[in-house]
Ligand binder design. Structure first.
Ligand SMILES: Cc1cc2nc3c(=O)[nH]c(=O)nc-3n(C[C@H](O)[C@H](O)[C@H](O)COP(=O)(O)O)c2cc1C
Length: 157
């Protein structure tokens, strides 16, 4: 297994700032759990940086008709091109926000969740699919995810 950096990369796909705000909440919580972490837009990092994380949390909305937010599409396409073991050793979890009024509810989160598994990542926690009143559900999901990541980190130390 590839040796990974011991930190959480918290990356957001966001059009109007909701998922970005959740990512920054996730960063504060990760710090409280004792993790080094970096919060960044999916358009602000390289594939190398993405794949060097031991832990990754994706926070993403869905736009258009089931499409990735503008700042997420390019990274999604680039990760699609990497080898199927590029993310082995990376634990991941995906937090989706959307609106059930749309047919393709949380499609972007579904795509990330499936892509990261296809590329060898290890799912820490089941994907969240939050509707418009997402705050409480998202916060609870983040706490559960970070507790599980902490347990995984302690196992590997
Ligand atoms: C034009 C438009 C298209 C949207 N399309 C979808 C969609 O296909 N599926 C979905 O679940 N939510 C959809 N949404 C809801 C957004 O994902 C939701 O408002 C989210 O909170 C936006 O987060 P952001 O500010 O991080 O981009 C759409 C919203 C708008 C305004």
């Amino acid at each position: 297994m590839i040796e990974k950096e011991n930190q959480i990369g918290i990356y957001y796909g966001s059009q109007t700032g909701n998922a970005e705000l959740l990512a920054s909440d996730a960063g504060a919580l990760a710090t409280a759990y004792g993790f080094e972490n970096k919060v960044a837009g999916l358009d602000e990092i390289s594939v190398e940086e993405f794949s060097q994380n031991k832990f990754v949390i994706i926070c993403t909305s869905t736009w258009g008709d089931g499409e990735q937010p503008d700042n997420a599409q390019e990274m999604y396409d680039m990760i699609s091109e990497v080898s199927n073991d590029a993310l082995s050793g990376t634990h991941f979890a995906v937090l989706g926000i959307g609106d059930t009024a749309f047919e393709m509810f949380c499609e972007s989160a579904r795509e990330w969740d499936s892509l990261l598994e296809q590329k060898g990542g290890l799912r820490t926690f089941e994907r969240a699919e939050c509707d418009v009143d997402y705050e409480d559900e998202a916060d609870e999901w983040l706490v559960s995810t970070l507790e599980l990541m902490k347990t995984e980190q302690e196992k590997e130390d």
